[in-house]
Write a protein that binds this ligand. Structure first.
Ligand code: B12
Length: 152
């Protein structure tokens, strides 16, 4: 049976890395989310079209590792927020070319409209906690057999 919770997964338009997307697709799927992976080098317009097409999506995850995630991620969220102010959107990965620089741009990404930014070594653990909080807030938390939250 398909999950009622759809997650769109994308990257920025210059980023051709794909294993981060594959990893996250599997990781999110293991947590009970139905994932639509828009693939590498995702154009802003392709993300906007996907969000329009999947109005019931609960979450948009942007993953980028090539160093352009900060600048192109800003352009993406600014375009998206004009049309979709309420969709929950997170970004993570290697968003600049240094960890210090990425830490420095975190606030700007949040101010531009991302609901969360995950860039540290513990990004997946922090994302897991974020999903737990989100699931609880939506009153749709179902505990699985392990200690991870499952969306149903
Ligand atoms: C494989 C690889 C490539 C392959 C990609 C093949 C493919 N189709 O995917 C090729 C050879 C094509 C390539 C090209 C380039 N690459 Co490359 N690549 C790598 C490499 C070695 C591994 C990436 C990988 O697959 N990792 C496996 C996945 C599963 O892990 P991950 O990507 O780290 O993602 C994890 C986390 O980052 C995190 N995460 C990621 N996104 C998100 C999102 C959220 C929400 C959360 C919570 C977590 C999260 O969770 C993931 C799972 O743990 C890395 C170095 C490295 N060891 O990481 C460089 C690396 C990413 N590449 C790099 C660069 C610079 C390039 C090029 C620009 C090189 C060039 N000069 O041409 C091009 C860019 C191409 C482009 N247009 O994007 C740099 C990026 C620098 C930076 N950000 O500071 C890296 C880090 C190498 C380096 N140390 O310099 N690359």
């Amino acid at each position: 049976m398909k999950s009622q919770h759809l997650c769109l997964l994308a990257t920025v338009e210059s980023d051709s890395h794909m294993w981060n997307l594959v990893y996250l697709q599997l990781w999110l799927g293991e947590r009970g989310l139905e994932v639509k992976n828009l693939g590498s080098c995702t154009l802003v317009q392709a993300v906007l079209d996907a969000v329009d097409q999947h109005r019931h999506a609960h979450l948009l995850v942007i993953s980028s590792v090539n160093g352009h995630g900060y600048s192109q991620g800003l352009a993406l969220i600014r375009a998206l927020r004009q049309q979709h102010p309420h969709l929950h959107v997170v970004i993570g990965g290697k968003l600049t070319t240094s960890e210090a620089q990425t830490r420095a741009v975190r606030e700007e990404l949040l101010a531009a409209g991302y609901d969360a930014v995950f860039t540290e070594a513990d990004a997946l653990d922090a994302f897991q906690r974020h999903l737990d909080d989100l699931a609880q807030a939506r009153h749709s938390l179902v505990l699985g057999t392990g200690d991870v939250t499952h969306w149903t």
